[in-house]
Structures are given as C-alpha cells and as structure tokens.
Design a protein around this ligand. Structure first.
Ligand code: NFS
Length: 676
C-alpha cells in the first residue's frame, strides 16, 4: 500500500480525528490505518462534506421542476404571520410534512419489500419448489395461521384433528402474499394489537389496507399539487407506517422464524476482532437473511472446510455487518464484525476475503475500498447492484439457494491466497448473549408454569424494574460512533429501566459489553440488577434486526395482556429511542411506534425545525390521538432522562409510583414503617 500517501488527522484538517469519531478502540485503530494507507472512510467524508442547512430543516421541496423551493426559517424565527411559500404556494408545513411522509414511505417499502421476499420464498417452500428451505418452527406457523384466517385443525367424523402442516403453510403463504396488494379489507395483523389501540386506528381511519397501497398513496399525496394539509399528510404517514410495523416487517420477522427457527438465547462474540488472520474471512452485510442462511450452511460444510484447508487456511470465519449480522447472530451465533459505520473498516483490515452484500445500508464506497485490497465485493440482489467494475454480481435465487451460497463461499476461499501481506485485524472483541424474542422473554421472565409476562409485570409493578425502553437504530457519521447508544443505554439501566434493543444499536451494545448477565452487577440500578441476577439475563436484551422491532411491539402487547399495567401500549411505563438514527427506515419505525402509543425520542436531529407547527403536531398533538408522540434530544443523558420522566409519569398514572419508593427503602426505613 502506498505509504507515500500517508496522512494523519493531526496534519490534515480534511481527515477525521479517530478519537473524536468513535468511542470504540478497534474503529479508531482502523480509521487511522485507513488514513495512513490513503483510503478515505465515511468518517473522513463527514469532515469534508457538510450537511445542507436547508435540508436539515426539512423545508426543501423538489417535487416539481419549478423548484427546488427552499423555505428556510428566518434567523430569529418567525415574527408574526408565517408568509413563507413555494412557487405553488406550498407552506413550510406542507413541504416538511411531505418530506417526512416520503421518508416513511421509503422506510416502509424497504422493510416490506424484505418481508415480501421472505413471503415469496416461503410460498416456494409451501409449494415444494425448493429443497433448500424447510419449516423449522411449525409451532410459530400454527400460532400465526389464525390471524391469516387459516384453520389449523380439521373436523373428521366429528373429531377435531390437527391439520396437515403443509396445507397450513400454503394457506399462510398465500394469505401473507395477499397482504401486499389485496383490494379490500385491512391488514390481518392489526388484530394482534391491544383492542383499545385497534379502536383508535379505526376511529382515526388509519387502518392500513394493503401494504403497497399505503406506500403508493403517500407518493401520490406528496406529488405536486395534491395533499396540502399537514395533519392529513401525517395521517397517511401513520397508516403507511402501521403497514410496516404491523404489516410487512411483522410478516418478515414471523416467516423468517417459521423457516429459519425462532431465536433463543445463545452466546457469541462481537466486533472486528472476530475476524481471523489464518482463516478465510467471509462477511455478510445487508438485511435479508435468505441468502446468508445458506452461506452459514456453506461455511460449515465439510467439503468447503476441506477446500479452505487445501488453500492453506485453518477454517472459514463467517461474520456479519448491519442487520444481516443480527439475523445470523440471533439464529446461529455468527458474530457481528461491526455496525453500519464499521463496514469499510472490515475491508481495511486487509483480511476480508469476501464481503457479500444484499440490500440496504451498503456504502457504494465499499467498492472503492475493496479495490485497494484483494477483497471480493459480491452483490447478490437484482435490485441492488453497483456500477464499479471490481464488483462481482452473483444473483441469488431461492430455487437454487444452496448452489449460489457454495459458489460465493468457494470464491472467497479461492481469494484467500490472494491476500496481501499487510493485514491488521484489531484484537478487540467481546462476548455477548443474544437471541432474545417474545417467546424467550416469556420463558425467562414469565415463569414456565404461568407461561405469560406475569413476572415481568410483577417486577414493574413492585418497582424493581422502573420501566421498559426500546433502544434501536443506526449509527450516524454526524455523531460520535456508538457514544449515544452506549451512554444512553447505561443511563437507562442505571435507573432500573430494562432495555430491549435491535439493529445497529444492539450490535453496539454487544461490542461494548452490555449484552451479558454480568453487565447487570456493573451497570444496573439495584432493582434491575436483582431481577437480572435472579433470572440470569442481561439487562439489555437483543431482539434482532430492524424488521424485528415488531418483536418489541408484540412484547409490549404481551405486557398489556399480562395485566396490571393498563389496557393499551400507551399506558405502559415504556419509551422508545433511536439515538444515532440516519435511515429513512428509522423514521418509518418511529412513526409506527408513536402511532402505537409509544413516546419515541430520536437523537442527533430531526428534519423538522423549519416547520415549527408541523413539528409541534408530531411532538405534542399526536399524543392526543394515539397516546404516543415524537421527541428529539441529542444529548444522551438528557435523552435518557426524558424517557425516564415519561416512564415515571406513566407509573404515576397507573398508581404504582409509590410501590417503587418502597422497594428503594433501606432497612432503617423498613423498621420505621413496621413500627408505625
Ligand atoms: Ni436498521 Fe439495519 Fe443499522 Fe440502521 Fe441500517 S443496519 S435496518 S437502518 S444502519 S440499524
């Protein structure tokens, strides 16, 4: 590598300062190594490319060719009437709400197209068109079938018998596919929500009809000259987001569980240090586990292991980046090599023999970084190709999935001998317990006899657990990598708030050692520590990828059903958060959480500042309609305390705030009480 290009941040203001860019040591090491090698990473580009100040405010409209019209907020704010308008007269509220709704549409389409891909593969399984996938979790299939109107039993001569599993599979597969484009009715999974929430959606007229339809309607309504009422636009943003959370994403999660197995707790490692110098290193990156499930099998096959050994490698080390990492971690214990912001760094180790990408969150710059090393960058999805010439495209097809996976793994093995001498794998790695889900929480916190969320509720009511937080989402190069996630999560568990996590936030929590039962004694308040130690769980539970945020919705619903904490999700002492968000998918997720009754705080920044009235609608008015509302707080400690204040407000409304004080009394207090 051309050392002549060597640069350091200290000398060059165009380069990121590694210590300011991330709190994570292996990330810092790799940023500096890249700079020495003259390879730019996202961290450096974030220094040279400043975000557009008008876009940041959310008030640039480019939905027709008379614009882009830009309506920045005047310095010092609006004095008197807000007269800002675009060429057509669109107000700042309209423009901002249109942009917001389009983010929801994009996010929903990403999760739902993923869900559709899974449903299509499941249909192939049900039709017996593929040998490579099977039904691994028939119990889950039987559990979801009734929502799709599919019978799980048959009457034969007056006797009720179990129906053939293949027939159930076909019924569910066809009904799931229909959810994307059916022309009447509303989505099947809405029935899984607490009754009062279903009634709110009905009253507001926001029950999603078909998943694709809600995305299309947003694109129509936000086109030039259509919907010009920010409240009405937000309504459609809600309906579309619900088609994501209670539709496409939920179908994705469930059918993945049916085909690949529902996760259960397991131990694995995390961080760039999981890569091995003497092994063939294969990294899977993206979101859909359809191919990566097969790659896991291909990396374990004796034939491929022998082939790797014949090339001088000791074995094959598979690792993941982003949510594909979470999918294969949750079900197979494959270690994540890093979060979203570490994707280029995995190649910069010089030890990545193949990076296999599918869809979403993939930097185009990976191709430029791969060019500097021997790494084969392999795209696999027909909708996600790259223009650079060094990228190999091996298109994945579920009908010959295993064959495709073997081809990819063999390419990686062949490439092992092409590795340069300049290899540097950071030694940092941690151990974590991942693999939680609605079912495993029930098992660990519900008690095997009661079989529900009773124990969890009981501990919330008695105050050992103050509340529940969902901390999810991305990294963002505009914030210090992992700092907000980790500071926020630590502050929550210190205050006895149990954390459910997904996405890159979950990977970050694993990398920083928060996903172990041992973390309870170090970081938790006394109540949460006691519960975690008693049942042997980490205080931060890894619930999977971003589509698996649906597991958080269902876990919250289980808590409602277990009783004692109100009738609806909005009654729970719970809050949501995406402290380092960057993706449109995060906005879709935020909107469906808010519309399901969750107070949801985003970090960094929200593109709403240019339209104070619309912002106020999201941050205040939505609560009157759905019981949940948006908020934004970049400071992770203040962010945690906004969530805790909300949790405490809900405890008070439920009349369980006093119980909490009792738990925290010391012995002297208890004796004093006994004497009264
Ligand atoms: Ni979620 Fe997954 Fe990560 Fe953000 Fe991207 S990987 S779907 S979008 S960056 S958490």
């Amino acid at each position: 590598m051309a050392e002549t290009k060597a640069k350091t941040a200290a000398k060059d203001p165009k380069l990121a300062n590694a210590r300011e860019a991330s709190i994570e040591p292996s990330t810092q090491e790799m940023i500096e190594r890249a700079q020495k090698l003259g390879i730019d990473t996202v961290f450096d580009r974030a220094v040279t490319m400043k975000p557009c100040a008008i876009g940041l405010q959310g008030i640039c409209c480019k939905n027709c060719a008379m614009g882009p019209c830009r309506l920045p907020l005047p310095k010092g704010g609006i004095d008197g009437e807000d007269t800002r308008k675009g060429l057509c007269g669109a107000t700042a509220n309209t423009i901002c709400a249109r942009n917001f709704a389009r983010m929801v549409a994009a996010g929903t389409s990403a999760h739902s197209d993923h869900g559709r891909g899974v449903a299509e593969t499941f249909l192939s399984v049900a039709r017996k068109e593929t040998e490579d996938y099977k039904i691994k979790d028939p119990a889950k299939l039987i559990q979801i079938a009734p929502y799709f109107g599919v019978d799980t039993t048959v009457e034969v001569d007056g006797e009720t018998l179990d129906r053939d599993i293949d027939e159930i599979a076909l019924g569910v597969a066809e009904a799931a596919m229909a959810e994307f484009g059916k022309y009447d009715g509303t989505l099947a999974y809405l029935k899984r929500a607490p009754k009062p929430l279903q009634e709110k959606w009905k009253k507001e007229g926001v029950e999603p009809r078909a998943i694709d339809r809600e995305v299309v309607e947003i694109m129509h309504r936000t086109a030039m000259g259509v919907d010009q009422d920010f409240v009405n636009l937000t309504k459609q943003a809600t309906r579309c987001s619900l088609a994501d959370g209670w539709g496409g994403a939920m179908i994705g999660t469930d059918l993945q569980d049916v085909m690949f197995g529902s996760p259960s707790p397991l131990q694995a490692e995390a961080n760039l240090g999981v890569m091995k110098e003497d092994h063939v290193n294969v990294i899977v990156h993206g979101h859909e586990p359809l191919l990566s499930e097969m790659i896991v099998a291909a990396c374990q096959s004796q034939e491929n292991l022998d082939y790797a050994k014949s090339k001088g490698a000791k074995g094959i080390q598979l690792a993941g980046i982003c949510c594909t990492a979470n999918e294969v971690l949750q079900r197979h214990g494959v270690p994540p090599a890093g979060t979203f912001l570490q994707q280029e760094l995995a190649i910069i180790t010089g030890a990545c023999d193949a990076m296999v990408v599918d869809v979403q969150c993939i930097f185009q710059n990976l191709a430029n970084v791969a060019k500097c090393f021997h790494t084969k960058l392999i795209t696999t999805h027909p909708i996600a190709k790259m223009e650079q010439e060094n990228v190999v495209h091996i298109e994945f097809d579920e009908h010959h999935a295993m064959e495709d996976a073997n081809k990819i793994v063999r390419l990686a093995i062949d490439n092992f001998t092409e590795r340069g001498a300049d290899v540097m794998i950071p030694r940092h790695k941690t151990t974590q317990i991942a693999g939680f889900g609605v079912e495993s929480i029930r098992y660990h916190l519900g008690g095997s006899f009661r079989g529900d969320y009773y124990t969890l509720n009981d501990n919330i009511i008695n105050g050992r657990i103050r509340g529940i937080a969902g901390v999810v989402g991305c990294n963002n190069a505009r914030t210090k990598h992992n700092e907000e996630h980790i500071t926020l999560i630590k502050e929550l568990i210190k205050n006895d708030v149990i954390v459910l996590t997904t996405g890159c936030s979950a990977i970050a929590a694993g990398i920083h050692g928060l996903l172990t039962p041992g973390a309870a004694a170090v970081h938790c308040g006394p109540g949460l520590a006691e519960v975690c130690e008693t049942v042997g769980i980490p205080p931060v539970l890894h619930l999977g990828s971003c589509v698996d945020n649906t597991r958080i919705l269902l876990a919250a619903t289980e808590v409602v059903k277990a009783g004692g904490l109100g009738d609806d999700i909005c009654d729970l002492p719970a809050a949501g958060s995406a402290p380092e968000w960057m993706s449109e998918k995060a906005i879709a997720i935020g909107q469906y959480f808010v519309s399901s009754g969750v107070y949801t705080v985003f970090g960094y920044h929200m593109p709403l500042e240019g339209a104070p009235e619309f912002k106020d609608y999201l941050y205040r008015e939505m609560e009157n309609v759905y019981g949940g509302k948006w908020d934004c707080e970049p400071d992770p400690i203040k962010h945690a305390h906004k969530m805790i204040a909300h949790i405490d407000k809900k405890r008070k409304e439920l009349g369980i705030d006093k119980a909490r004080e009792r738990v925290l009394m010391d012995m002297a207090d208890r004796q004093a009480l006994a004497m009264e």
